[in-house]
Design a protein around this ligand. Structure first.
Ligand SMILES: [Zn+2]
Ligand SMILES: [Zn+2]
Length: 206
């Protein structure tokens, strides 16, 4: 008998990317066009509107997170990742570490290629499928524009031609944690025992 795939592992959703926009629905893309790629994000590449109060992300203050979220959600891809449900694998990953363990893991991973490698796209961060489901950090990075140095640049104004400063790494880690705290408000400080998911391969996770 054919092996039945668990219903949670749907085929990849097409077209989840930072250049996607549905301007009529208020969902834009501020990723600069290539001819303007050195300009800081401002106007939508689709309609030219500037609906974001850029002073909020550029202040790089975690305390401003509640005001930052509605600004981020004006971009199609951020809105998608704020709205999407975390896969149970990603939730279990968070539960097994608790808030303090998760912060440490997030900081560790962001301190790798993302922080250390100058350039635009230091590492791929999956946008769908099992790659995405493996870690809550992937969701958090897309939602908060910490996915790549291009997005981190045009949202927060952090230069791409050098390694991140400690304070910038802390900021990125803090943004990702704030996202998780929004998604999983009951997440405890310390790790929980969670049994493995049945029927879903829980492979190596970051
Ligand atoms: Zn637009
Ligand atoms: Zn990005």
């Amino acid at each position: 008998m054919a092996k039945v795939r668990p219903p949670t592992e749907q085929p990849a959703k097409p077209n989840i990317k930072c250049t996607r926009h549905e301007c009529a629905s208020g969902l834009h893309s501020f990723s600069p066009r290539s001819r303007k790629k050195d300009s800081l994000g401002a106007d939508c590449r689709g309609c030219g509107a500037i609906p974001v109060d850029w002073s909020i992300p550029r202040s790089m203050e975690l305390a401003a997170f509640p005001r930052l979220v509605p600004e981020l959600r004006k971009e199609w891809i951020r809105n998608y990742f704020f709205g999407v449900d975390l896969h149970q694998k990603a939730i279990n990953y968070a539960l097994r570490r608790g808030r303090s363990g998760l912060h440490e893991r997030f900081r560790h991973f962001l301190s790798g290629k993302f922080a250390a490698t100058p350039g635009e796209f230091p590492e791929p961060v999956p946008v769908d499928g099992p790659g995405l489901h493996a870690s809550p950090l992937h969701y958090a990075r897309h939602a908060t524009a910490c996915c790549c140095r291009r997005c981190f640049y045009y949202w927060y104004g952090v230069a791409r031609d050098r390694a991140l400063l400690e304070s910038e790494l802390e900021f990125a880690t803090g943004l990702c944690m704030r996202y998780i705290e929004l998604k999983l408000p009951d997440l405890g400080e310390t790790p929980m025992q969670v049994p493995p998911l049945r029927g879903v391969q829980e492979g190596r996770t970051p």
